[in-house]
Ligand binder design. Sequence first.
Ligand code: ADP
Ligand code: ADP
Ligand code: ZN
Length: 217
Amino acid sequence: MLVVLMGPPGAGKGTQAEKLAAEFALPHISTGDIFRSAVKEGTGMGKKAKEYMDKGELVPDEIVIGIVKERLAKSDCSDGALLDGFPRTVEQAQALDEVLGDLKLNISAAVSVDVQEEELINRLTGRRVCRSCGATYHIKFNPPKVRNICDHCSGELYQRSDDTIDTVKERLAIYRNQTMPIIEYYEQKNLFHSVDGARAIDDVFVDIAAHLRSIRG
Ligand code: ADP
Ligand code: ADP
Ligand code: ZN
């Protein structure tokens, strides 16, 4: 089963992907996480990506597509994967179809987590991420058991440099202009399914899991 998880920044894609990956035994592929690791390691690709990420802009399609293509070709994806934050442009969606054709895989569903902008701003500005394992928390809505310490690995939590109010506003505008057109792309293929993301984390999860079970049969 290959699932595309969509939605604006802060909707809860990463949070849901973590839970869905465990439930359905699928590899969780987050392009944002891949870029943040590359930035941390200081690779050439990381340096390039950082220029865009810091401004809240999208990393150019050719870079992102190459990375996803390489990742999907690995053996752990032979039965599918959970794509979190990719595709984010129609060009990326088209490129994904080509890559999957070569790999003899099909998209099972494109699930969008929907949340209003005001709530997205609250979620993003309170987000904290584990420096070691990447797990996501929220200072109010999903706090760790011990302040600033990851429940899973005891790593230190930090605030992403792009989770500031100005960058968040830019990212939301880019979502509207560049990413929303892929909704129609997947609607036309009868793959699109949206869930109300403005509910408790576990309620959203139950909804998405039910949909995935229904299409898996
Ligand atoms: P995305 O990957 O879509 O950008 P995240 O999963 O990182 O979103 O979630 C953004 C922030 O909102 C995080 O701080 C997370 O803990 C919090 N969050 C996620 N889902 C919910 C929810 N259903 N209710 C409240 N807060 C949530
Ligand atoms: P969020 O879900 O909060 O928007 P991500 O962690 O998914 O954040 O992405 C962080 C940043 O990484 C984006 O703002 C963008 O610069 C870059 N990025 C991630 N995925 C893509 C993609 N598919 N295409 C272009 N840029 C991307
Ligand atoms: Zn951790």
